[in-house]
Write a protein that binds this ligand. Structure first.
Ligand code: NAD
Length: 549
């Protein structure tokens, strides 16, 4: 593994630091500024001061929202939301249209901020900008169709009619992780906003400034001030209060915290979407193009140093091509360049911080204790950056080992030979997660067939994950321990609305008449229903009927 930039002073060159400082100062919530940067306030929870992976030092501490601050933010959002919802939909889609342009206009500054808070490679920061712009454009275009009131079949055709309307839920609370701090704020807030909701966002402790910069951008695009608010703070205080008060909770984060959020939402009888962790398998079939699969594995395992919900952490390779694949994957992994700066020169960046470094280090150490062989990597690289860990490939570990069953969320992958498609599918499905998978084959039809048998909310064929995640028109989300609900497409906006059916009878009250006609009416309505069932059955048998697929 090559190291590209030896001088740590290059990591935050002065000009870029000044830009970040200005952005940070301008982006404090509602003009409040952190009045102290000495360590004491961080100890009692008043300030957030996570270290930047560029330097190991905090960028600039930010005030941590208290329970009262969050409650106040939700109240203000609740007061402002009806006026926003009453505006014509075209006003709100115009705001999204401006967001799409503004995100691209501010690409450089946003990427700087994302990198300085997360330590990810430059290309990874760029993908956040593209994703935000693509979602803005998609929902600006599609919202009118996806939110339109829709005629439904009436109880008695011709006599009654039913219409389904979509109403905003009110205040959407978004609790977000640090790994994609721009896209998981902007791209999830946009469909909620265009549907007429106000949004209150609790970003991860490590990435408050990206969320605050995202809010500035949404305000500049025309979202009313109180309709989008950011409450940087801690999970157990600010996060829990938001979950206690929002009308819908959009949570993205770990399975462990997701269960707590679901329990609170369930007790309150509010809806929640839970986008949680994964232990995503890659399946390489015997007819796969091995070089292409290796390129896909490198992209799918090491983007954002493996801190990606759809990252590949387990690779099942048909034994016919196992050795060829393994040797090429080891060589390609060793060729990855590591670095932490604003250039496009590096393939792999840093882990987000010291806790994540400990988590990855102990996962690899435990795997080795469980009998794993380290094919390459397996070392912390403080010479490159304080939290940099080498891309690591492991072999020879049992399916029930923790490294195979539990999300590592780092650049660590286990390799497993398998005897054919059946075994590959069975072992790919052998974890409690079900977020994403990829299948590699020379025959796309075979690939789709295998893909449909994998227990995952999305599966990419002959691609690591971009084909699935980038399909903004198609639902994205997890099964099992990977969560509930979907983002993107129709599901990604409808979840922020409540359905209301308004049914109108043209024949007055449809209740049965009084005796003695009641018996006759009951027999007549049974006969009518029987005729209707027979007609439906016939229609399903016709070549263009609903029974055919
Ligand atoms: P995390 O669960 O520790 O934190 C996520 C957010 O929840 C943070 O804002 C945190 O402050 C907040 N939080 C913590 N405790 C809380 C509580 N009791 N009540 C309310 N909020 C609370 O996760 P993380 O470490 O920030 O993110 C990494 C995880 O996120 C990984 O498991 C990853 O797979 C997952 N993730 C999933 C997706 C997806 O789309 N499925 C996308 C990105 C990340």
């Amino acid at each position: 593994m090559t190291r590209s930039r030896p001088d740590p002073r290059d990591r935050l060159p002065d000009g870029r630091l000044a830009t970040l400082a200005a952005l940070a100062a301008g982006a404090e919530p509602d003009g409040e500024t952190a009045d102290s940067t000495d360590g004491d306030d961080t100890d009692d929870g008043r300030l957030l001061a996570e270290p930047s992976p560029f330097t190991g030092e905090p960028l600039r501490p930010v005030s941590a929202a208290t329970e009262g601050d969050v409650a106040h933010a939700v109240e203000r959002a609740r007061a402002a939301q009806p006026e926003w919802a009453d505006r014509p939909l075209s006003d709100r889609t115009a705001v999204l249209d401006r967001v799409a342009t503004l995100v691209l206009d501010r690409r450089r500054a946003l990427c700087d901020l994302v990198q300085a808070e997360t330590g990810k490679e430059r290309e990874g920061a760029d993908t956040e900008v593209w994703d935000a712009a693509a979602n803005a454009n998609y929902y600006a275009t599609k919202a009118p169709e996806l939110l339109a009131s829709t005629r439904r079949a009436g109880a008695i055709p011709g006599v009654t009619r039913a219409t389904e309307h979509r109403h905003p839920v009110g205040v959407v609370g978004l609790v977000t992780p640090w790994n994609y701090p721009l896209t998981l704020v902007v791209s999830d807030a946009l469909p909620a906003l265009v549907a007429g909701n106000a949004v209150v966002i609790k970003p991860a402790e490590a990435t408050p400034y990206t969320a605050l910069a995202a809010r500035e951008l949404l305000l500049d695009a025309g979202v009313p001030r109180d309709c989008v608010q950011v409450v940087p703070g801690r999970g157990e205080t600010a996060g829990e209060t938001l979950v206690e008060r929002a009308d819908f909770v959009g949570f993205t984060g770990s399975t462990e915290v997701g269960r707590k959020v679901a329990a609170t939402a369930g007790r309150r009888l509010v809806d929640a979407s839970l986008e949680l962790g994964g232990k995503n398998p890659m399946v390489v079939l015997d007819d796969a193009d091995v070089d292409a699969a290796v390129r896909g594995a490198v992209a799918g395992c090491f983007a954002n140093a493996g801190q990606l919900c759809v990252s590949i952490e387990r690779v099942y390779v048909d034994e016919a091509v196992y050795e060829e694949f393994r040797d090429a994957f080891v060589a390609a992994t060793r060729a990855q360049t590591l670095g932490v700066d604003f250039s496009y020169d590096h393939d792999v960046g840093s882990l987000v911080g010291p806790e994540q470094l400990d988590r990855v280090r102990s996962a690899v150490d435990d795997a080795v204790d469980d009998g794993a062989t380290v094919l390459t990597g397996g070392r912390h690289r403080p010479d490159v950056g304080p939290y940099v860990y080498e891309p690591t490939l492991l072999e020879g570990v049992d399916d029930d080992a923790a490294i195979v069953q539990t999300e590592t969320f780092g650049p660590v992958v286990t390799l497993h030979p398998v005897a054919g498609d059946e075994e590959a599918v069975e072992r790919a499905n052998d974890t409690p997660y079900g977020l994403h998978a990829s299948v590699w084959t020379g025959d796309a039809t075979r690939g789709e067939r295998v893909a449909r048998r994998i227990d995952a909310g999305t599966v990419s064929v002959n691609d690591a994950y971009v084909s699935a995640y980038g399909a903004v028109d198609a639902p994205m989300g997890g099964r099992g321990d990977s969560g509930l609900g979907r983002r993107h497409g129709r599901d990604g906006i409808r979840k922020y609305t409540e359905a209301q059916t308004v049914a109108v009878s043209r024949a007055g009250s449809l209740s049965l008449p009084s005796p003695p006609l009641r018996g006759v009416a009951a027999r007549l309505s049974s006969a009518a229903l029987r005729a209707n069932i027979a007609l439906s059955r016939l229609a399903r048998r016709l070549p263009f009927g609903g029974g055919r697929r």
